[in-house]
Write a new protein. Sequence first.
Length: 96
Amino acid sequence: GRQRGPIIPKEDINLDANSSIQLEVNDDIRQQSTIDKMIYSVPEIISNLSQLFRLRQGDLILTGTPEGVSNLNIGDSVSVTCGDLIPCKFVIGQPE
């Protein structure tokens, strides 16, 4: 089954403009930037999406990406980190 992390109250999260956002594929850093370079702030994104969709535990909000976009292949190990949030790690599997 799928694992879901806990819902973390926003008061317990320390994300500021200098917080790093990073994507690693097979332990190689593919993308790395800071939150202040995003077009919309995290609160703006959540607020806007909340007006259109019911956000639930386990939901991922995917936005545009910094430099370094490339293909992912079956078997690739992916790790996404953002500030002090719990990392999101997964392996690219076969289509279902």
